[in-house]
Design a protein around this ligand. Structure first.
Ligand code: GLN
Length: 313
């Protein structure tokens, strides 16, 4: 079966299950999204993109943005970022605060919210929040090959208005002296980055750098070094789905990053990037149907990074 047929078949096989899982309700603006949306986009390193369903409809990428923020923070700070963020799975929910006190304000990894808040702080660095957001948008527009990529101000506002937990995490980090920027500045960028609106197609295209040594093979844009891309993939595999990361590796076998908007971004090292979207989530905030779609694609292609069929590119 060719890749286009695999994407189409996978969508058709699962279409009857649209609406399964529970969409995130704790961010009110996300609760109004049609739960039956379902899109798949697979972008290959050769520049082909195969899509099915609602793959061209923009949705709130939420925590998938943490992958881009990490690549850009590493670019600005280098390995010094690891002085304040760990590289271990947390085994806890994405918004958990329990480890922070015991571990003196050093979050376990850059994908749980506390770790992402520090990462965003270091990405802002010595700039204003608006300058940092403009930088992030500029990068994504070039990588996603679309100048209209933007964030949804209503989602960002909704998240800020209901963001007590993220504020608590950020103040906790500030108390340990881990933030270089004022808490509200950091959160204003964090909420806007989570509120980025992108389609599956744009996400898959923007994330090809992860699969291909840090450089977008189509535009030639370098996002990070090859070794950093490899390490970001490792973190996605170990921590990309919080306390569901083991299950995702077990079922799917791709480095991936979930978002509570129902998107999942997966990287297939040496080959492709895949983005899926279906708003219904499992208890850990991973898209239920999205994970099933990726598991099915992994099976059909033999591309799981744990597969015996794996050959070096
Ligand atoms: N897992 C997620 O997508 C969570 C992101 C969300 N913006 C939050 O901070 O709560």
């Amino acid at each position: 079966m060719d890749l286009g047929a695999i994407v189409t078949e996978t969508w058709k096989e699962l279409a009857d299950e649209r609406g399964s899982g529970n969409p995130a309700r704790y961010i009110p603006a996300l609760a109004s999204v049609d739960p039956r949306k379902f899109g798949i986009a697979l972008a290959t390193k050769e520049g082909e993109v195969f899509c099915a369903g609602d793959a061209d409809e923009a949705f709130s990428i939420q925590s998938i943005s943490k992958v881009f923020a990490l690549a850009l923070a590493l670019e600005r700070q280098g390995a010094a970022l690891w002085d304040v963020v760990g590289r271990e799975p947390s085994g806890d929910a994405f918004n958990s605060i329990v480890q922070l006190e015991r571990e003196k304000g050093i979050p376990r990894n850059p994908f749980i919210n506390s770790g992402a808040i520090i990462t965003t702080d270091r990405f802002i660095d010595d700039r204003t929040p608006d300058e940092a957001v403009d930088d992030l948008l500029g990068r994504l527009r070039r990588m996603g090959r679309d100048d209209t990529i933007s964030f949804d101000p209503e989602v960002a506002r909704s998240e800020s208005e209901t963001g007590s937990r993220n504020r608590s995490l950020a103040w906790f980090l500030a108390d340990f002296g881990r933030l270089i920027n004022p808490v509200e500045d950091v959160l204003s960028v964090y909420f806007r980055q989570c509120a980025l609106s992108m389609s599956c197609r744009q996400l898959a295209e923007s994330a090809l750098f992860l699969a291909v040594d840090g450089t977008d093979p189509v535009t030639g844009q370098r996002m990070c070094s090859a070794s950093r891309a490899r390490r970001i993939n490792a973190l996605m595999l170990m921590c990309g789905h919080y306390d569901n990361s083991g299950q995702f590796a077990f079922e799917v076998g791709f480095p991936g990053k979930s978002g509570v908007g129902g998107g999942i971004l997966a990287s297939v090292p040496g080959r492709a990037a895949i983005a899926v979207w279906s708003p219904g989530l499992n208890r850990a905030g991973t898209s239920l149907l999205g994970a099933k779609a990726l598991a099915s694609i992994a099976l059909k292609t033999g591309w799981s990074i744990f597969s015996g069929q794996w050959t070096e590119p």
